[in-house]
Design a binder for this molecule. Sequence first.
Ligand code: SF4
Length: 338
Amino acid sequence: MAVINMEEARKNVSRVGFLDIEIDPTLDLFHEIERLKKEKNAILLAHYYQEPDIQDVADYIGDSLGLAQQAEKTTADIIVFAGVHFMAETAKILNPTKKVLLPDLNAGCSLADSAPADRFRAFKEQHPNHIVISYINCTADIKALSDIICTSSNAEKIIESLPADQPIIFAPDKNLGAYLNKKSGRNMVLWDGACMVHEIFSLEKITKLKVRHPEAKLIAHPECEEPLLKIADFIGSTTQLLKYTQQDPSSSYIVATETGILHQMQKASAGKTFIPAPPNNSCACNDCPYMKLNTLEKLYLCMEYETPEILMDEQLRLAAKKPIERMLEISKAAGLGG
Ligand code: SF4
């Protein structure tokens, strides 16, 4: 329940994750957010999985790779990150002198949570001589235990950059890891983690949808499970899926990833039809509950009062920075822009 007192609201942030205060309902939040961006020299970075209103007010919308690249090159004083915790952490790792804000600290990630640092350290010790490639969807602690970070946009290039006989641990997403093993012909050791959003698509419902819409192409994110990927017409990162729908001549698509991306797909190809792939529960589409914790109201409040802020131990930051920098260098050399 919202409180009026600012001091109390600030104290509550560590418990509730955001500034829980009432906003004047007549306030034009779009206008206010634009005003705050200018006044504070702040940049608003938003992930494709954010709600449409947040995407529409953002300075840059992208997937994990694009957002990390934008965070690295920004000259703004404040980075407002409309995404989840590990993404804002990555921005802080790359920008220690800038203030990094996240509208709701509880915007976590089931995939990042599936790799606790102590268990991962022990796993790594069981596999000496292995290089650790970690998907960017992991905590700063896991990044610090990794040699190279990757995203779904650049994972193949990162793997290719290593000698063919180099043993590799891939963490934390086993579905993405299995897909990459198949594509690269490697035998990477996989950490047993997964994303709750991409694991719950219903193969049965999707098959029925394909029958009802024979003209529609099924496009899927590689975090999905193998049986779904097997029947997909195209597999790619969120950015690659978006580009595909812009360049491909088909008129309709069944989209197997978080539904937030449909907003940009629809904007870019107004005449096409985009059908969200259904999960195996009673919902018709698949939202990430963490991504959707951010709202326009929380975004406005965090910009106005510069809270909640991402803070990080300097030693951890430096250790987590090295594998991210390696990723950014390899991506740049491979011509993968953001
Ligand atoms: S969609 Fe999955 S991987 Fe992405 S933030 Fe949500 S839980 Fe994490």
